[in-house]
Design a binder for this molecule. Structure first.
Ligand code: FUC
Length: 811
């Protein structure tokens, strides 16, 4: 990965140099860096500390995360460690399922859906019925003397991944910087008194349940921002859970140890450790209450954390040894070197893409004020900031360790919404929609590793519950890679989670076209395909092969249940899966017979259908008009339009018309992620103004918190990633063997530029536009490769040179 990133850096430098030359040479705008990195264009900033968690600023290195509140009297760092989940390794497969399966299928074929639902609920669900939740590591509470600042500002600088709090009080001038280092596996909070001295205590508050108060969708579009600021918010340490202990660890450090929550299986199988060491020039005392620092000009907390998790089936790690090793090494290295290496590591990824959509006066306002007025004020720079924040979040939550879960890695309580798990009927896939295009293909690796695990646990589920080859997962998974259907048939009885993840990974391959990656992914795709070869059934109405039992994710059909056979989404996902598996087999020159079987079977899958109202049918039968929730948040049957391209404006215009009809019926604004998906869909279908209007609803205060976290509500990170994907999709698309420039540019963004975009086929795209038209283009990629460009209605075939480059300006 490092080598690849280095290559990017060289490419970028060369690209920027020639972009500047291009800009200087003529009328067309250049392609250089979008904004001065130190400018407000790449930071979130505020004039007051965080009152609530959704105002605090996230930092993370993919495994360790913290929310920084920036409070004056008591700084709060809410901490997370990516493997601190409830429970222990477990097997939730239900051995009764296989025997019930034929009867459930028969009931569905007879249209007795409620009975099928009841039988499946009784015999086919996981034991226990819930999976394990992602947890929190608790809080560090740093208590300072009370003071009212005469100057205050806090920010998250996306160009360096550093959160800063700076303020003056009558007692001095203070600055705090927080960052999460991947190279040194530590969170660092470096504090400095430019005038005065630092005197504070550090206490630890253990994991606890928190109360969530979701905002109101139908509430005012412009919430009133409170003018009164509480500079001295202090939270209680509270009673420490019995299993948590705090001890000194040498003269300058404290060591916290504890265990995880037992979860629905009732057994806690993980131990965790958190170590905090103070480095600086003050006097430090360590005790069972925490740490005390006096008279320091500089004091930094070096925070390291770990659990005993080694893999989904191995919890034999030694977290105490791990936090001591990392903590002592980081303390020896020193804050300046830690910061330098952190910034260099982060920038290798972040600097690969720039975006400039223009700026208005709104851009100079604090971030919370901009969000509050986003739906009333044109603020294109806020969309660009949202885009870069999405990139920041992916870099901060998906490197080593686990993939980004429903909340990335940031979770305040032991009772997070939906367990802060992996919901794989849309949410986890959406997390990775933007990854490749926005130059963060390296961040997909944790997802590949998770799917590799699921292909093992899911093979057990396929065999035990379906008597099938290959592997299967349903609509959720967790740290322990549970793959059986949970919650009940309404949401859980959906066999396509693993298949959709495989398609997501194949899109990653398609951007890189790396043969070694194809070889790594092939066993996953093959196993997922084998499951469907064994379990697809003939529709009794003769319409083709279908899944059964299944659901169209979480949407009730008119017959009192969601359980059915062959919802459109399943047919679309399995079509893609078979095509991708066959493509991989052809590329790798293996399994010719399987390839032929996949191609034959794929052709027999029931096709998409257009219903009475001209809509794309969500189900095999035309039930859409009678379904109880016409504005349902999921738009599962539009998978074929985006992220897939089975239905597209070039090849299937009639089906696109039907998809538009469906989407009109569903409405534009819904949950955060549902809104983001709608923006992606309209962008893919070429309607930039509609996509922009929806995006504005996503970025406004009803779906975005002051810290730019997406509101489902409550916080769910998929909307952030889906929003970033939608912005990209409006500017550059690559599907169907073509590269589309400005396919859905809204009138609101007449001038702009983007650089470092990745497209399918191993291409990199730098693009500038003026008055809504392409002004300059630079492509780089494999030497001499042909590229078909689509600009408006026009198609042009171009070829990269022997140096792998192509440049063009339009006057
Ligand atoms: C799916 C969605 C919900 C939510 C949950 C985490 O079940 O239907 O809206 O996003 O995942």
């Amino acid at each position: 990965m490092a080598r690849k990133a280095d290559t990017f850096t060289i490419d970028r430098r060369t690209a920027v140099a020639s972009a500047l030359a291009l800009a200087a040479s003529g009328a067309a705008p250049g392609l250089g860096r979008a904004a001065d990195k130190r400018s407000k264009g790449s930071r979130l900033w505020y004039r007051q500390p965080a009152n609530t968690w959704n105002e605090a600023l996230p930092i993370g290195n993919g495994r360790l995360g913290a929310m920084i509140f920036g409070r004056v009297g008591q700084e709060r760092l809410q901490l997370n460690e990516g493997s601190l989940w409830a429970g222990r390794p477990y097997d939730p497969d239900n051995p009764d399922a296989a025997a019930a399966l034929p009867r459930v299928r028969t009931l569905i074929a007879q249209g007795r859906y409620k009975e099928a639902d009841r039988l499946a609920a009784d015999k086919m669900m996981a034991k226990p019925l819930s999976q394990m939740s992602y947890g929190t590591l608790g809080d560090l509470l740093l208590s300072f003397p009370s003071a009212t600042p005469t100057r205050y500002e806090r920010e998250l600088d996306l160009s360096e991944a550093v959160a800063v709090v700076a303020f003056d009080t009558p007692a001095g001038r203070f600055r705090r910087e927080a960052f999460a280092s991947l190279p040194d596996e530590a969170i660092v909070l470096a504090m400095e008194a430019h005038v005065g001295a630092l005197d504070f205590q550090v206490a630890y508050r253990g994991p606890r349940a928190v109360k969530y108060t979701p905002p109101d969708y139908d509430g005012p579009a412009t919430p009133t921002l409170s003018a009164a600021v509480d500079w001295d918010i202090r939270e209680e340490e509270g009673p420490r859970p019995a299993h948590v202990s705090v001890q000194p660890d040498g003269p300058n450090a404290m060591l916290v140890t504890g265990r995880n929550e037992p979860g629905a299986i009732g057994e806690a199988g993980l131990r965790f450790a958190l170590r905090v060491e103070v480095v600086g020039d003050g006097a430090v005392t360590a005790g069972t209450d925490g740490l005390k620092v006096q008279g320091a000009r500089r004091a930094a907390l070096i925070v390291t954390a770990a659990t005993s998790h080694r893999s989904y089936r191995d919890v034999s790690g030694d977290p105490v040894a791990e936090v001591r090793r990392a903590g002592l090494a980081a303390a020896r290295k020193g804050v300046a070197a830690l910061r330098r290496d952190h910034v260099a590591d982060y920038r290798r990824l972040f600097d690969t893409v720039t975006l400039d959509l223009g700026a208005t006066a709104a851009a100079s306002r604090p971030t919370d004020v901009r969000v509050a007025t986003a739906e009333q004020t044109g603020d294109p720079a806020l969309a660009a900031l949202y885009f870069q924040f999405g990139r920041y979040l992916l870099i901060s939550s998906s490197r080593r360790g686990q993939p980004a879960n429903l909340q990335g890695i940031w979770n305040e309580g032991t009772n997070p919404p939906w367990g802060s798990k992996y919901t794989i009927n849309i949410n986890t896939e959406m997390n990775y929609w933007p990854a490749d295009a926005v130059g963060l293909g390296a961040c997909v690796d944790p997802l590949i590793r998770m799917v590799e695990d699921l292909s093992i646990t899911g093979a057990r589920t396929a065999g035990t519950m379906y008597g099938a080859r290959g592997w299967v997962t349903h609509h959720n998974t967790d740290l322990w890679r549970a793959t059986a259907p949970i919650d009940g048939p309404f949401a859980g009885l959906w066999p396509c989670g693993g298949a959709w993840l495989c398609n997501t990974l194949w899109a990653h391959w398609d951007h890189t076209r790396d043969r070694a990656l194809a070889a790594r992914l092939y066993p996953l795709l093959k196993g997922a395909s084998l499951f469907f070869l064994d379990t697809l059934v003939e529709d009794p109405g003769g319409r083709g092969l279908v899944t059964s039992p299944s659901i169209s994710p979480e949407n009730q059909h008119p017959f009192g249940s969601a359980v059915c056979a062959g919802p459109a989404m399943d047919r679309q996902i399995v079509r893609d899966l078979f095509a991708h598996t066959a493509e991989a087999a052809a590329l790798l020159r293996i399994d010719p017979e399987l390839r032929a079987t996949l191609e034959r079977t794929r052709a027999r899958i029931a096709p998409d259908r257009v219903g009475q109202a001209g809509q794309l049918q969500e189900w095999l039968d035309d039930w859409d008009g009678q379904a109880p929730d016409p504005h349902h948040r999921h738009v599962s049957h539009l998978y074929a339009v985006y992220p897939s391209s089975q239905i597209n404006v070039r090849d299937t215009p009639d089906m696109i018309a039907a998809a538009k009809r469906s989407l009109d019926q569903r409405g534009d604004l819904t949950t955060g992620w549902g809104t983001a998906w709608r923006a992606c869909l309209w962008a893919r279908m070429g309607d930039g103004d509609r996509a922009h209007r929806i995006l504005t609803g996503l970025i406004g205060a009803r779906r975005t918190y002051p810290n730019l976290f997406d509101a489902h509500p409550p916080f769910q990170i998929d909307g952030n990633f889906g929003g970033s994907a939608a912005i990209m999709e409006m500017l550059v698309q690559s599907w169907g063997g073509e590269l589309r420039l400005l396919p859905a540019l809204p009138a609101a963004w007449p001038d702009g530029r983007v650089s470092g975009v990745r497209a399918r086929g191993g291409l990199m795209v730098d693009l500038a536009w003026r008055n809504g038209r392409v002004a300059a283009l630079r492509l780089s990629g494999p030497a001499s490769s042909p590229v078909r460009l689509v600009i408006g209605d026009e198609r042009r075939d171009v070829r990269l040179g022997s140096s792998g480059r192509f440049e063009r300006r339009w006057s």
